[in-house]
Design a binder for this molecule. Structure first.
Ligand SMILES: Cc1cc2nc3c(=O)[nH]c(=O)nc-3n(C[C@H](O)[C@H](O)[C@H](O)COP(=O)(O)OP(=O)(O)OC[C@H]3O[C@@H](n4cnc5c(N)ncnc54)[C@H](O)[C@@H]3O)c2cc1C
Ligand SMILES: NC(=O)c1ccc[n+]([C@@H]2O[C@H](COP(=O)([O-])OP(=O)(O)OC[C@H]3O[C@@H](n4cnc5c(N)ncnc54)[C@H](O)[C@@H]3O)[C@@H](O)[C@H]2O)c1
Length: 498
């Protein structure tokens, strides 16, 4: 996150002279105070630019206010359930724990309000002028602040407006909620139906099930988490099913409606009837719509500025984050590259250094690690097995399923998964996929090795730290399976099917 990664004061460098002429009010106008915009504004100001930033909602953007941060706090809350259960096996005698949803929501609110304040202070001390208003384009150098109609002329404009939930058209969709709403529900949802099976669906399914909801995921595809490694997808499906989460595969939501008896205020008041395309009928307290996110480009006046968008509504940019208009740039989710906070931050930083600093650089998108904060977690970096087999002649797959030591006492039968994909010709590691407790922490560190071109021999030569989950990765000695396109006897199916 921007604040934690350092601060920089307002600079007096020569670049500040840029806006002193009458032509422009500021050197840089940033639209959107989320991960990408905040970083860009602060760094540009540090390079001496006169910067103004407009935010229409709350400073911090999706990640801080209704994304990564509150989500991770809820994930922490949800993990106590397993801990309480396991504690008994380790000799602890506890009275029956009771979960209080309003207390969790209040704790989350305190933390995001604190963070929001810190972001404001950091922008102030960096010399960035923050305006609490929606901003729209008037032309390629002018933005209008919707709140008071003020017009600001800027030499350079950065679009960092993020994305918003996709809402496919079906009857009764207004009865559903999105991830924007779920953090502030007044009442805990006892029965939760989730449409979609990507990051948000799987994270919220895992955490709400652990908090005590009866969860059903309605997934359009034949398996969850499209694009992830097949073994990981199968492991999540098995694990979630085992935890009582119902997965309705190859199905999607057709209609939401209030039950007829609800008008009378019967027991089902507030409930929602869900009908699926395959004729399934479910009853829910809440229906979470997690169908992906769309770039925030509508009603921004992009046509008045001449900025081009792609078919998905995202802003078309080059490797320098420059749009079709030379003085206008875009970073983060609005450009729909890798829609992750660290990527938005790095894009904002590269833009600010390149345009206002002395050294230009570009973001390297190879080996971007990512985690799904499911229960257990997924950590992944590099190519999946199927991607590697499509691109390389010969690929070794190392795969181990193991039970953490803790499970020997708790009796938990769930297997964790660790999978490494290796290019046979160079021995270089092409991808790592983990489904295990703390996989997010492991993958962050492993990504350094993969990004540095580590080989399997390098991994094997490292001494294990025992007893840990991570030691499994240096204990892998022989490939589970080799795929060689030049060898007719090589298996053709994904190794998950073996
Ligand atoms: C539920 C959820 C969980 C997530 N969890 C993770 C995670 O664990 N890890 C991770 O890496 N990523 C996660 N993400 C993704 C991450 O939040 C985004 O990739 C990241 O926030 C993108 O940053 P951004 O700067 O592009 O946009 P945002 O952070 O969305 O910021 C855009 C800002 O622009 C403002 N804005 C929009 N239009 C205007 C306008 N016209 N004028 C003024 N202001 C405007 C918005 O109010 C918003 O504050 C999650 C997303 C969601 C929804
Ligand atoms: N841990 C993290 O880093 C994290 C967490 C949450 C979100 N995010 C980011 O936010 C983005 C948005 O998350 P998301 O889960 O909404 O999107 P997603 O793209 O991960 O998943 C969308 C899901 O909705 C399904 N879908 C789409 N349209 C549908 C339709 N009409 N009917 C039925 N199903 C449909 C897709 O098949 C997919 O399963 C992610 O792609 C990711 O970039 C990251």
């Amino acid at each position: 996150m921007d604040l934690i990664q350092g601060t920089s004061g307002a600079s007096t460098s020569a670049a500040s002279a840029l806006s002193r002429g009458a032509e422009f009010d500021v050197d840089l106008f940033v639209i959107g105070g989320g991960s990408g915009g905040i970083r860009a504004a602060r760094v540009a100001s540090g390079h001496g630019a006169k910067v103004m930033l407009a935010e229409e909602y709350r400073l911090g953007g999706t990640c801080v206010i209704r994304g990564c941060v509150p989500k991770k706090l809820f994930v922490y809350a949800s993990r106590f359930r397993d801990t309480f259960d396991e504690a008994a096996e380790f000799g602890w005698r506890l009275s029956v724990p009771r979960f209080d949803w309003p207390s969790l929501v209040a704790a989350k609110d305190r933390e995001i309000t604190r963070l929001e304040g810190l972001y404001g202070t950091a922008q102030d001390s960096a010399g960035v002028e923050v305006v609490r208003s929606r901003a729209v384009f008037e032309d390629a150098h002018t933005v209008r602040l919707v709140k008071d109609g003020r017009r600001v002329r800027a030499r350079t404009i950065l679009i960092a407006t993020g994305a918003r939930p996709e809402l496919p058209p079906f009857d009764g969709i207004e009865l559903g909620i999105t991830s924007d709403d779920i953090f502030d529900l007044k009442t805990f949802p006892r029965k939760l139906v989730i449409g979609g099976a990507g990051y948000i669906a799987m994270e919220f399914a895992g955490l709400f099930a652990a908090l005590g909801s009866d969860v059903t995921v309605v997934c359009r595809g034949s398996n969850v988490l499209r694009g992830f490694d097949e073994d990981v997808r199968q492991a999540v499906t098995a694990s979630y099913t085992n935890r009582g989460i119902k997965l309705m595969l190859c199905d999607s939501i057709r209609r939401l409606e209030r039950p007829r008896d609800q008008v009378g205020g019967g027991d089902r008041a507030g409930s929602i009837d869900v009908t699926t395309e395959q004729g399934g009928r479910l009853v829910a307290d809440q229906v979470l719509l997690a169908f992906g996110r769309n770039p925030n480009t509508t009603s921004l006046g992009l046509d008045r500025a001449g900025v081009k968008t792609g078919t998905d509504g995202s802003i078309v940019v080059d490797a320098d984050s420059r749009t079709s208009v030379p003085n206008i740039y875009a970073v983060g989710d609005v450009s729909n590259r890798f829609n992750l906070t660290p990527v938005a931050i790095r894009e904002g930083h590269a833009f600010a250094d390149s345009v206002f600093g002395e050294k230009a650089w570009q973001v390297d998108y190879s080996n971007v690690p990512t985690a799904v904060f499911s229960n257990p977690e997924i950590g992944t970096v590099g190519l999946t097995e199927l991607e590697a087999r499509a691109r390389y002649h010969a690929v070794d797959v190392y795969k181990v399923r193991f039970r953490p030591l803790k499970a020997a006492v708790t009796g938990d039968c769930e297997a964790s998964l660790l999978k490494v994909i290796v290019d046979c010709e160079t021995d270089r590691i092409l991808g790592i996929h983990i489904f295990a407790e703390e996989a997010s922490e492991m993958i962050q560190v492993l990504a350094i090795a993969v990004g540095s071109g580590a080989t399997m021999k390098d991994f094997m030569s490292v001494m294990a730290v025992h007893p840990t989950l991570g030691e499994e990765i240096v204990a892998m000695q022989t490939p589970t399976v080799r795929y060689d396109r030049r060898d007719a006897s090589t298996p053709l199916a994904p190794s998950a099917a073996l």
